[in-house]
Design a protein around this ligand. Structure first.
Ligand code: KG4
Ligand code: ZN
Length: 343
């Protein structure tokens, strides 16, 4: 999307995301105190890591280093703005791979220092959960957010900007990790979430029964499911891969949907937000949409941002930085990468 080029007033916030294997640069502008999405550029390293069957940290940081400068230049060009139009720079400072995070943090520090603009360090999970502020009608607090990605599966109660309670999380594997590991056993490559999703559309989910873990009300567990799936694949390989994919997907998304909806209703949330790479899953979206009317009757809106905003990207980081910047958060000029940063 092109924005209005360069009035001399700096009104854009740039967001940089390099926590894992996607290099992301996003831009938002100030639309009467709200972050309006301007542009979202992501350079994926999927092809680089696919041949290794998982992320190789050294390769990830090297590619961020090669790509980030180009992507920043491209962002300015595509948005039709100059560096002087930037009012603030935001960057993911954790959690993630330390070498990858450092590339983004160093670049953001250089931008902040050379332009004399504030630098805001952003928690990657918080960026996911603030993503719906980019939508036409943003959520009101309190809201419940499910973040389901390759590294995280978390249910969070967002009470205000910066004020979050973790309601539950996975006890072992993340939902995306479960898709990736089982998909790899099925020969679907890495990452396998989208391929499992595509394959599932041709399968019958009720032909096979896979176990759904019995955990606490807002907790998840996918390692038992993963083991059961592996044993089934080894001992009694399914006649149709699509049926197996559909059954496996059902076993992952059923607790994600059931527990998020329950958490939203239990906490009288004004919205239920779903984000992270797994939020692009077709079946997950379908099951959630089927519960939208029930949620609405309880005064809760279902907000599922578009897939490009759910997977790792710089736009969500720009939005989060913008929200802190307009709330007068001081510049984090000394900020450091923190690979195990918590919410
Ligand atoms: O948020 P994200 O881009 O990066 C992380 O922070 O992990 O999420 C990537 C994860 C991967 O595990 C990928 O397999 C999964 O999200 N994923 C999906 C789908 N698209 C991506 N899982 C299920 N269905 C999908 N359509
Ligand atoms: Zn993520």
């Amino acid at each position: 999307m092109k924005s209005n080029p360069a009035s001399s007033k700096p009104s854009f916030t740039v967001g940089i995301e390099t926590s894992c294997d996607d290099t992301g640069v996003g831009l938002v502008c100030n639309a009467r105190g709200r972050p309006r999405p301007v542009l979202n550029l992501v350079r994926s390293q999927e092809a680089v890591h696919a041949k290794h069957g998982g992320i190789v940290p050294e390769l990830a940081s090297r590619h961020h280093l090669e790509d980030l400068g180009d992507l920043l230049e491209l962002a300015m060009k595509e948005a039709g703005i100059s560096w002087r139009n930037l009012a603030c720079v935001g960057v993911t400072r954790g959690p993630g791979l330390v070498g990858s995070l450092l590339v983004g943090v160093s670049a953001a520090k250089a931008i902040s220092y050379s332009l004399g603009i504030p630098l805001i360090g952003i928690n990657h999970l918080e960026a996911h959960l603030l993503t719906p502020f980019l939508m036409a009608t943003p959520p009101a607090f309190p809201y419940v957010a499910l973040i389901a990605s390759g590294g995280h599966t978390e249910l969070i109660l967002a009470k205000a900007l910066g004020d979050y309670d973790r309601l539950g999380r996975t006890r072992d594997d993340a939902a995306g990790e479960a898709f990736d590991k089982v998909g790899r056993l099925m020969g679907l490559g890495y990452p396998a979430g989208q391929a499992m999703d595509d394959l599932s559309r041709r399968g019958k989910r009720n032909v096979l029964k896979l176990p759904v873990a019995d955990t606490g009300p807002y907790e998840f567990s996918f390692s038992g499911l993963k083991t059961a799936a592996r044993q089934m694949l080894e001992k009694r390989p399914p006649r149709k891969k699509a049926d197996f994919a559909a059954a496996f997907q059902e076993a992952v998304v059923t607790p994600l949907v059931g527990k998020s909806v329950a958490a939203a209703l239990d906490h009288r949330a004004k919205a239920l937000v779903v984000s992270g790479g797994v939020a692009s899953n077709f079946r997950l979206r379908k099951l959630l949409t089927a519960r939208a009317a029930l949620l609405k009757r309880a005064g809760c809106r279902l907000l599922v941002p578009p897939p490009a905003w759910c997977t790792d990207n710089g736009l969500m980081v720009a939005a989060a930085a913008f929200l802190y910047f307009t709330a007068n958060h001081p510049s984090d000029s000394e900020l450091d990468a923190d690979p195990s940063l918590d919410l």
